[in-house]
Design a protein around this ligand. Structure first.
Ligand code: FES
Length: 86
């Protein structure tokens, strides 16, 4: 059985950020990968990790740190409020 999930990434209306579900939290992350700018909305969330669709950079959604893949900046993450709070 796979623990991959594809349905937990939501594009936010301003187009610059995504809301990504991580367990019982939702974090806000940039819409573009810090490596070469891939659209992270097409990435794959596996547990607490988000993998970029282009070259496989993988970020820990609890810290924003890159844990695998090509060298690039970490992901700037922030807490995202509950749906309808904004
Ligand atoms: S653009 Fe994301 S890993 Fe290269």
């Amino acid at each position: 059985m796979s623990d991959r999930t594809h349905g937990s990434i939501e594009e936010l209306p301003d187009g610059t950020a995504l809301a990504v579900r991580v367990g019982d939290r939702t974090v806000r992350v940039p819409a573009r990968c810090p490596h070469r700018g891939a659209p992270l909305a097409r990435g794959v969330v596996t547990g607490a990790f988000l993998e970029c669709p282009w070259h496989g950079a993988t970020f820990d959604l609890r810290t924003g740190c890159r844990v695998r893949g090509p060298q690039c900046a970490d992901l700037a993450i922030a807490e995202h409020g509950p749906p309808g709070a904004g």
